[in-house]
Design a binder for this molecule. Structure first.
Ligand code: ZN
Length: 404
């Protein structure tokens, strides 16, 4: 199995591969080549996106430099302007924001905003706030995070047209004391038009029903993305290379999704557009995201599955930990439609998001290739469980007629 080679190619030779970047296209090409060399029918689904690059971010109040973090995908700016403080919906409605720097705090900066055009989740209250901010035409936004350290960005939105930064709560406290000061904010960033693609391989068969294996290959900017998600892609590729699909009464589709860590989930939206009408043919979708963490063990979660199926899998799962269903991954695309899904990850990985995952610390040093291989074997086993099933009589929403 070539798990180690795939891991090294994606997370070391290619490295950070955010949607829109050249590295992202290099990863796309590598994946397509592996699929083709494995004798699979490979196809690309291409979408428009942009490549976002960030240079320096400088925030200055009364000559003092304060620490600020440009929000991912923000527009650039270079402005000096008075501040206007806004903490509630009421204040927002009344605020004269034009050409000022809006300092967003209190209840308006308590939690991150979903991108304004995000297809999978929208919160009406947030949509109103974003629209009001854009109508107010401020020069920029400084959002004060409730967090004291490593503030999570309040906005991650390439469609939001106001330059913005997030600051930690202590920096925010200083700003709040300088009510009448003028602020200088400079963000060196560029959004340039680019393309990205999902890469999809299919087993050669006439069967209409299919089982999906998927993993996303993009990363956040500035992380080699070994655990998230070179590991899942390595398992996906190894499966395409090794799985014997001859006797399967169903097709196997290996999807390398592009965009799980991009603000608009562009690849997932496109897949849904192109293939959504074939969802009735999906018997099962298996997602791999964050597998093989060497500080933990692999985890498995089930969605919309029959208990006989879950029991059959768990009886063969070795040290893989069963965890509660979670929805921050590509499997939710299928799970939300009521389709049976399995999600592989690492137990406890959610705790290190933004401290290890999505940072420069997500390197090969934290991935155990052996554990990645364990997931490849598990997926093969799960597919073999369906081998003898009369797939055309399977209820796609419940895999309960699988012989186990
Ligand atoms: Zn991921």
């Amino acid at each position: 199995m070539n798990v180690q080679t795939h891991l090294e190619t994606l997370s070391v030779a290619i490295g950070a591969r955010p949607v829109g970047s050249e590295a992202n296209r290099a990863a796309e090409q590598y994946i397509a080549r592996v699929f083709e060399n494995a004798g699979r029918v490979a196809e690309r689904q291409s979408f428009a996106c942009f490549d976002w690059k960030l240079g320096a971010t400088e925030l200055c109040v009364n000559g003092d430099a304060l620490e600020a973090r440009a929000n991912p995908y923000t527009l650039p700016c270079n402005v000096t302007a008075p501040m206007i403080f806004v903490s509630t919906r009421r204040e927002l409605e009344r605020a004269a924001m034009e050409n000022k720097i809006v300092v967003l705090h209190g209840e308006l900066a308590r939690e991150a905003y979903f991108p304004k055009n995000f297809k999978f989740v929208t919160i009406e209250e947030q949509q109103h706030i974003l629209a009001r901010l854009e109508r107010g035409r401020p020069a920029a936004i400084i959002a004060i995070s409730p967090q004291e350290k490593n503030p999570a960005p309040i906005f991650q939105d390439g469609d939001f047209e106001i330059p913005s930064v997030t600051v930690a709560s202590d920096v925010g406290a200083q700003l709040l004391q300088q009510h009448d000061a003028r602020v200088a904010l400079r963000i060196d960033a560029t959004r340039s038009a680019a393309r990205g693609a999902n890469v999809i391989a299919t087993s050669k068969t006439d069967a209409r029903k299919k089982i999906i294996l998927c993993a996303h290959f993009d990363t956040k900017p500035d992380t080699p993305g070994a655990l998230d998600n070179a590991a899942g892609v390595a398992a996906l590729l190894a499966s395409a290379q090794t799985l014997d699909t001859k006797h399967f009464p169903f097709a196997v589709e290996w999807i390398a999704f592009n965009g799980e860590d991009y603000y608009s989930a562009a690849g997932q939206v496109l897949y849904l557009e192109k293939c959504g009408n074939e969802f009735e043919n999906i018997l099962l979708a298996i997602n791999m995201d964050g597998i093989g963490w060497n500080a933990s063990r692999n985890s498995i979660a089930f969605f919309n599955c029959a208990s006989e199926f879950e029991n059959a899998v768990m009886a063969r799962a070795g040290d893989i930990a069963r965890v509660e269903p979670w929805y921050q991954g590509d499997h939710s695309l299928f799970a939300m439609q009521g389709l049976p899904c399995v999600a592989f990850s690492s137990q406890g990985a959610e705790v290190v998001i933004d401290t290890v995952i999505h940072t420069a610390h997500d390197t090969l040093a934290i991935v155990d290739a052996q554990r990645v291989a364990q997931v490849v074997e598990m997926t093969a086993m799960i597919l073999r469980l369906h081998e003898d099933a009369d797939v055309n009589n399977l209820n796609p929403a419940r895999v309960d007629s699988v012989r186990v």
